[in-house]
Design a protein around this ligand. Structure first.
Ligand code: FAD
Length: 206
């Protein structure tokens, strides 16, 4: 069910088994996957979304801030703060991450992941479905017949490696997955519900 959190009584407590914060690309991908995986188990799930169903200047204003690394993009206009998140205007260019994206690099603060690129490979097929792509194969061989002949030239291929991007329609997550939260099978989305604090009950693991 879609619930306008502004209509709920002050101080209400909502009990749930799982809580997802944000209904953007990450939040709704998780919600639709868990909705399928947990069907019939009697678990309840809540998505908390800070904005409403459409663009709203008051919600958007909460994104006022400094965006590090790309001074040309303003945080308050580039990231969208309503149901569907930034997928409401993302471009749709997709490709798998490279090995170097996971590596620690001295010139990239906080770089270095506890997983490597191959850990994600089992999930690319599901991601392709979510993003409405043709499939999870991004190899140049797979696409050779569909791209300009220059990409098939062996001599150039050695000097200039070919990287394939697929173009998502682009998928608007709020439109595509609204039915998942709306039909109310154990999952509710609370709109206008800004998370301001998370109090963990377990000690952090290291
Ligand atoms: C103009 C533009 C074009 C892009 N094009 C591409 C592209 O072509 N290819 C690509 O791979 N990526 C692209 N991106 C990046 C892509 O859109 C983001 O990486 C992606 O949306 C991030 O997903 P997310 O779920 O982390 O955040 P978002 O999609 O931004 O979702 C975050 C959600 O959380 C909600 N929220 C925020 N704070 C709170 C709070 N305190 N409480 C409750 N809810 C909250 C927001 O309202 C929002 O709904 C583009 C981005 C922009 C701005």
């Amino acid at each position: 069910m879609l619930i306008d959190a502004r209509t709920l009584p002050e101080g209400i407590e909502i009990e749930t088994d799982l809580c997802i914060v944000g209904s953007g690309v990450a939040g709704l991908t998780l919600a639709q996957a868990l909705d399928q995986a947990l069907a019939g188990r009697g678990l309840r799930m809540v998505v908390l979304e800070g904005g409403g169903l459409d663009y709203d200047p008051a919600s958007q204003a909460l994104y006022e801030g400094r965006l590090l690394g790309n001074p040309a993009a303003g945080l308050d206009w580039s990231r969208l703060r309503y149901f569907g998140g930034t997928s409401n205007h993302w471009g749709g260019y997709c490709r798998p991450l490279d090995g170097i994206d996971f590596a620690e690099r001295s010139w990239v603060p906080d770089s270095g992941w506890p997983i490597d690129g191959s850990s994600l490979e089992p999930y690319y097929a599901a991601a392709a479905d979510v993003l409405d792509l043709a499939g999870p194969d991004f190899s140049a061989d797979h696409w050779r017949g569909s791209v300009a002949p220059v990409f098939g030239r062996e001599d150039l291929g050695r000097a200039l490696p070919t990287r394939i991007f697929q173009q998502s329609p682009p998928t608007r997550f709020g439109e595509k997955y609204r039915h998942v939260v709306e039909r109310g099978h154990g999952i509710d989305a609370h709109l206008w519900a800004n998370v301001v604090e998370i109090e963990p009950t377990l000690p952090p693991t290291r």
